[in-house]
Design a protein around this ligand. Sequence first.
Ligand SMILES: [Zn+2]
Length: 147
Amino acid sequence: MALFDPKAKIISGYERSIDDRTSSIRKYYDEIGKLYYDQYKDMNVDNTKDINTRCEAITRLSNEIEDYKLKILFERGLKKCPNCGTENSLEYGFCFKCGTKFDEDSANAPKTSVIDETPAAEPEKEEAAEEKKEEEAPAEEEKKDEE
Ligand SMILES: [Zn+2]
């Protein structure tokens, strides 16, 4: 069994979270399409509320995905320029491409604004992923034998 870089493990956890949300979003899109069609077909049907709930969920999930992307960047020692979107090293005070000044705290871990399930809030902690055990291993092609 290969020894994994703990950071790689954290990153793949984030990537899995992104995948989960991406498929949820896809599911909601499907449902919205159906709800909208049912409403179109039958004038007596009003699915507005159900459609709106799903639209809100999609927005929330999209924000969470953006958060995870920032966390992945952070684990890789990168941050995104808020102006041009270029990836910069965490130590940089200015964007090397457009020169935008970064906030003082831009070198710190991204804030968990919308995601509350991940305990990655304290930057001084070495790896915050301890609490989040990888119990549900991805059902990929090859299943590596977990003790
Ligand atoms: Zn920039």
